[in-house]
Ligand binder design. Sequence first.
Ligand code: SAH
Length: 235
Amino acid sequence: MSEGWSATVLTLFPEMFPGPLGVSLAGRALEAGIWRLEAVDIRSFATDRHRSVDDTPAGGGPGMVMRADVVAAAVDAVHGQGDARPLIYLSPRGRPLTQQRVRELAEGPGVTLLCGRFEGLDQRVIEARNMEEVSLGDFVLSGGEPAALALLDAVIRLLPGVMGKDASGEEESFESWLLEYPHYTRPQEFEGRGIPPVLTSGDHKKVKEWRRARAEETTRERRPDLWEKFLRERS
Ligand code: SAH
């Protein structure tokens, strides 16, 4: 196996990759070989003369459905039986993506991502290839590509050598079921608003306590669902 965390993306729009992942943190890491990206055009696995990848839904109704046979051929060409990487289908019906799953993916060898279009995939290929279904959230995108880009962005920043300070991933939102504390920087005063004095006191213990209290307060107010998890985890 060659070096680096490796992502294979199956898509009808390979030109969308690396897209935003070609710049800044992820782009530099890509150039440095910390991760690798292969975008594969699902359409090149179509077999009929119209190169069709979709067809009308069984049972009727609006839209089109991606064909099981074409998607299976594409998956099998890039993701063999011995592939240790998870095979993920981005789908609004999937399990919502969490920082915990992102971290697990970053610790593994890579990922194969399948981007849907139209109304989605024929259910049989999802089952036959034992795909993990992952959702970006409770809203509907026109395709899996933005979800794949977001998932990869979240993973790549955690890969060793990508973020400046190794520790900077650990105190962030969700790492302990808490949202992060608020940040401040120069200028000292902005439109009449100062910086909380404790942050400029030089007392590291006080700063830590203040940040922890703000994190708990914000989580309790904004995300009762996370707050519940935090309380359960702590007890
Ligand atoms: N008819 C489907 C939506 C299809 S949207 C439904 O109601 O569930 C087309 C494609 O966009 C999907 O196949 C999926 O790959 C992608 N997609 C849409 N919303 C998404 C989300 N919230 N998370 C991840 N992928 C999503």
